[in-house]
Structure formats: C-alpha cells, structure tokens
Design a protein around this ligand. Structure first.
Ligand code: FBP
Length: 306
C-alpha cells in the first residue's frame, strides 16, 4: 500500500513513535472511503456499557448482534470500529483483517453513582485480537480523574511499546461541571488539550457549544475572543488545543438526532479543520440502509475541499 502525502505528513507529527505504532495509525488513516485523506469516520459501540442494552439497541434490534457492527463499519467504508473486549472477541475470527479495530479498554456504566471507569481489557488483549489501537476514556473534572489519567499513562506506555496507537475519549464531567459546563468551548478545549498532553495519538471530544464556563478562563476569552457563535471557529479552537493541529482530533455524534442536524455538525467539523467523526448511536440506531446512507453523506462532506 502506498501512503498518500497527507498521511505521511500526519505520521511525521508523531515524532517519538516506533514503526509499529505508525503502521497502525497508517492502517486507520488509509482504510475505507476516506482512506488517505487525513479525515476519518469511526464507528464506536461501547454504549451497551454506558447506557445499557435496550437504550442502545432497542431502536434497531439487529444491533444487539456484535457482528452487525463489524458489517456496518465495513459496508459503510469506515476507517475503524471501536468496541470493548466482548464484542471484538465475538467477531474476531469472522472479521479478522477486514477493518482496523480499536479496543476500548475502559468503560463506565449508568448504574454507577461516581464518575469513574473500570479497566475491562488489556494491551495483551488488543494484540491478541489484532487491534490497531487501544481506546481509553478519561473524565477531566471527576473526583477520580487523576487515577484515570494515571491508568491511561500506564496503558499508553505499554501500548506504544508494542506498536499500538492510543485513542483518548476526553469527556469532562464531575461535581464542578453542570450540563452546560461539560460541552462548553473552554472546557472542551481544555479536555482535548489534556488528552494531547497524555500522549494520545487520536483525541476524541464532543463538539463544543458557544458557552464559556470557567470563571478563571472568561477574562482570557474576552481579551482573545473566539467567534463562539460560529461552529467551525469553535472546532478550529479545539484543533489549536490539540498541539495546533499536530494531533488528530475527531468529534462524537451524540444522541440520535435528525440527519440534517448531524450533517450540519459534520460540515462545521470539516470547515474547522477537525479530522473527522466518531458516530455511534446516530449510525447503529437507524435501520441499516438508512445508516449506510447517512454515513455515506458524512463521508461525502469530508471528501469536499474544506
Ligand atoms: P455516540 O456517537 O453514540 O455519542 O458515541 C460516542 C461515544 O463517545 C461512545 O463511545 C460513548 O459510549 C458515548 O459517546 C457516551 O455518550 P454520553 O457521554 O452521552 O453518555
């Protein structure tokens, strides 16, 4: 496979990584309909842990079957499929080599009263299953944030040493953050930057709103304003927080919503220089034909000149 100039350029940002990690990043970046473009669309299916089976899969019962998600990601021509250990194991032989996988190695669940995560898989699992990367969630702002960040440090060090890439879901939540705070622009940028500081190769955050939440940050945002009303400018601000664009950053799809609203968000991500989308519920909660159409429309947005 010949790498595109774009992908070679992206790989050059990761100056300390070994050939194994770069190969795995290249695999993700070169796969699917967006392969070689520097843009990505990834299917994440860990919502069974996060929200439970019925909330996740009842809208489209085919999605109870782990094979369904491999097939959806492959048929849609996505770059990668991310899931916890169980579902990746459940399709490991049928789909070996068919699409890069990201093993989600920690998860929370809706039955917990604390904002913490359990480690549910290992780097050895990721290697055994042929995954290209591990995926790890941190909750900046939680009472357990430092433990999570330290767990990430250990797992990322191990993953990198054996040639895997590291994808960090950085989701602010915890006692000082209300719903507005969790997706406010300053907080989302802070969360993205923290993920970059931990050494993530790919950073995943939610699309930011126009709110500025931290009192301590308001003065700075007044003296160095961001066009907060412009969704693309907000994305560009997040990209800056990811080492001025030297780290890949993708944005999540969120709860199921209308195709037009999602595509509008995707256009802003593209225009703001984000590297793509990681879309779960908006894909697998739709009937397959509809999901394939929507994922194709998303891909088409990323194919246009930004
Ligand atoms: P969605 O596209 O379904 O939002 O998936 C992205 C994701 O990061 C999942 O990996 C995760 O399970 C979910 O969001 C968490 O969503 P929430 O923060 O709303 O509980």
């Amino acid at each position: 496979m010949k790498l595109t100039r774009k992908v070679k350029d992206i790989l050059s940002w990761y100056e300390s990584d070994n050939p194994g990690t770069k190969t795995n990043l290249a695999r993700i970046l070169m796969t699917g309909k967006l392969g070689g473009s520097g843009r990505m669309v990834i299917l994440p299916v860990d919502q069974g842990f996060e929200h439970g089976p019925a909330r996740s899969f009842a809208p489209n019962p085919d999605a109870y079957d782990p094979h369904y998600h491999f097939e959806l990601a492959i048929e849609a021509g996505l770059n990668a499929y991310a899931a916890p250990l169980g579902p990746i194991e459940a399709g490991a032989a049928s789909f070996a080599g068919c699409i890069p996988t990201i093993l989600k190695v920690n998860s929370s669940n809706s039955l917990s009263t604390t904002k913490d995560q359990a480690v549910t898989a290992s780097v050895a699992d990721a290697l055994r299953l042929g995954c290209s990367a591990i995926g790890f969630t941190i909750y900046p702002g939680s009472e357990y944030q430092f433990e999570m960040i330290e767990e990430l440090r250990e797992m990322a060090e191990e993953a990198k040493s054996v040639g895997l890439a590291v994808v960090v879901w950085s989701y602010p939540r915890g006692p000082m953050l209300d719903k507005v705070g969790e997706t406010a622009l300053d907080i989302a940028a802070y969360a993205a930057h923290m993920a970059a500081l931990t050494g993530a190769h790919i950073i995943k955050v939610k699309p930011p709103t126009d709110a500025i939440f931290l009192e301590a940050a308001k003065k700075t945002y007044q003296s160095h304003p961001v066009e907060v009303k412009d969704a693309a400018a907000r994305i560009a601000h997040i990209v800056k927080a990811c080492f001025n664009g030297r780290r890949l950053v993708v944005f999540s799809g969120g709860e199921a919503k209308g195709a037009d609203a999602l595509l509008e968000e995707v256009r802003a991500i593209h225009a703001g220089g984000g590297n793509g989308s990681i879309v779960g519920r908006n894909a697998f909660q739709r009937p397959k034909a509809e999901a394939l159409k929507l994922l194709n429309d998303i891909i088409e947005v990323y194919r246009t000149r930004a």
